[in-house]
Design a protein around this ligand. Structure first.
Ligand code: CTP
Length: 402
């Protein structure tokens, strides 16, 4: 899969730099053409000669030095590479990237880069947990950079906690996954629903739920990364949509139903990550309901089950649902998958730590109609989204072969 692929490995100054030597070696053994760019600080931790021997290409450090890469060649390398991996990505380089600074060769190549970038952060726990670093990483993720979360454990400085760079085999697997999933949804249209719906009681009040929209937005981002045209039917959320998504804002479940039905014919895949309200007030008052002193009784009527309706008319489209459960996760999810005639269902127990509403991570099980299931480890929502997209790609491939 990596044969013939051009991969730029950017190495920044940190003790984990020694591990990048193993990464470079693995990538090259797998047939990739590897070019290494080191920051001047990285050279304090590993010798450029090590990287040169392992990559079999000159190592680039200086912006205006003797390197063949001086002048505008870095722009060419930034554009030609199939993937740029920064491992380790130091707090300093992450901050530079988030600000668009280009004061060394690696930062410049990164700024000129248009294709996929994978960051493997590595730093002291306090630096990693510092809200500035977290904000920088969040900004980069929002812009489409892929971030391989660091591991938790003993650090070279003696501290314990998150900040250890992901191990080389893990970074290698992420490279494979990115390169295999790249543009695999080119030519496909994916409809994603995200966020919760709001069912109006009167002009100032509504019935809603805790959905933040993070999972759906991450799925939309991953589908765009894979080359799809993405229509994002979104309930009200406080998130920036992924660049490139065609956003259709909706409020209530009925509005979502209409928007989904309107765009459904143009889609190849529908991913329903939205938390749709099952009930709405039978009547929404035209004016603000005044408190009259007594109790207020609302009659709720059922909303259409959008996904179930799609299941009846899906034809050869791929339908992916989500299930938010608080108990009997797998049994409830399996029943939902059958009842709604889905091709895949992503189930999560929203009561589990690190899973569900508002969290940046998720713990999900993926279920298939033939009874197959996979349980993914606790991952960042963007990672979960990429895993989901890679499974959708596999299902589409299977359908094409059938
Ligand atoms: N869904 C939908 N329309 C609804 C309710 C749910 O399209 N009116 C979709 C959701 O977007 C999700 C899936 O159905 O992909 C499952 O949603 P969930 O709330 O877990 O299940 P429900 O079908 O509402 O079942 P229950 O409330 O009994 O758990």
């Amino acid at each position: 899969m990596l044969r013939g692929k051009i991969i730029v490995v950017g190495v920044t100054g940190g003790i984990a730099a020694y591990k990048s030597a193993e990464l470079v070696s693995r990538l090259r053994k797998a047939g990739a053409e590897v070019h290494v760019i080191m920051t001047p600080n990285a050279c304090n931790f590993v010798g450029p000669l090590t990287m040169q021997s392992l990559s079999a290409h000159p190592v680039h450090v200086e912006m205006f030095g003797e390197s063949k890469l001086g002048g505008i060649d870095h722009i060419e390398l930034a554009q030609r590479a199939h993937l740029l991996v920064m491992a380790p990505a130091s707090a300093n380089m992450i901050a530079k990237a988030a600000c668009g600074l280009a004061d060394n060769l690696l930062a410049t190549v990164l700024l000129a880069r248009k294709g996929p970038v994978l960051l493997a952060p590595a730093m002291n726990t306090a630096m990693y947990l510092n809200p500035l670093t977290q904000a920088n990483l969040a900004k980069l993720k929002q812009l489409g950079y892929q971030v391989l979360e660091p591991g938790v454990g003993f650090q070279a400085c003696g501290d314990q906690g998150p900040g250890r760079m992901a191990e080389p085999p893990e970074i290698f697997a992420a490279c494979e996954r990115i390169l295999s999933g790249m543009r695999r949804l080119e030519g496909k249209t994916v409809l994603v629903t995200a966020g919760g719906t709001r069912e109006p009681i009167d002009p100032v009040r509504y019935i809603g739920n805790h959905s933040s929209g993070k999972m759906g937005y991450a799925v939309a981002g991953a589908a765009i990364e894979a080359g799809a045209r993405v229509i994002l039917v979104s309930g009200p959320v406080s998130l920036e949509p992924p660049p490139g998504a065609e956003v259709v804002p909706v409020g209530s479940a009925s509005e979502m139903y209409q928007a989904v039905m309107e765009h459904f014919p143009a889609c190849d895949v529908v991913i329903k990550a939205a938390a749709v309200a099952d009930y709405r007030p039978e009547q929404s008052s035209e004016h603000k309901i005044k408190k009259s002193g007594g109790d207020l009784v609302l009659k709720l009527v059922q909303n259409p089950d959008i996904l179930k309706e799609l299941g009846k008319i899906k034809g050869d489209k791929l339908l992916v649902g989500f299930a938010a459960e608080t108990r009997d996760l797998l049994d409830n999810a399996a029943e939902k998958l059958q009842r709604k005639n889905l091709d895949m269902l992503i189930a999560n127990d929203v009561t589990k730590p690190g899973a569900g509403f508002g969290s940046d991570t998720n713990l999900v099980a993926i279920l298939y109609p033939d009874g197959g299931k996979e349980i993914l480890p606790l991952l960042g929502k963007s990672e979960v989204a990429r895993e989901i997209i890679s499974r959708i790609v596999a299902l589409l491939d299977k359908k094409t072969k059938e």
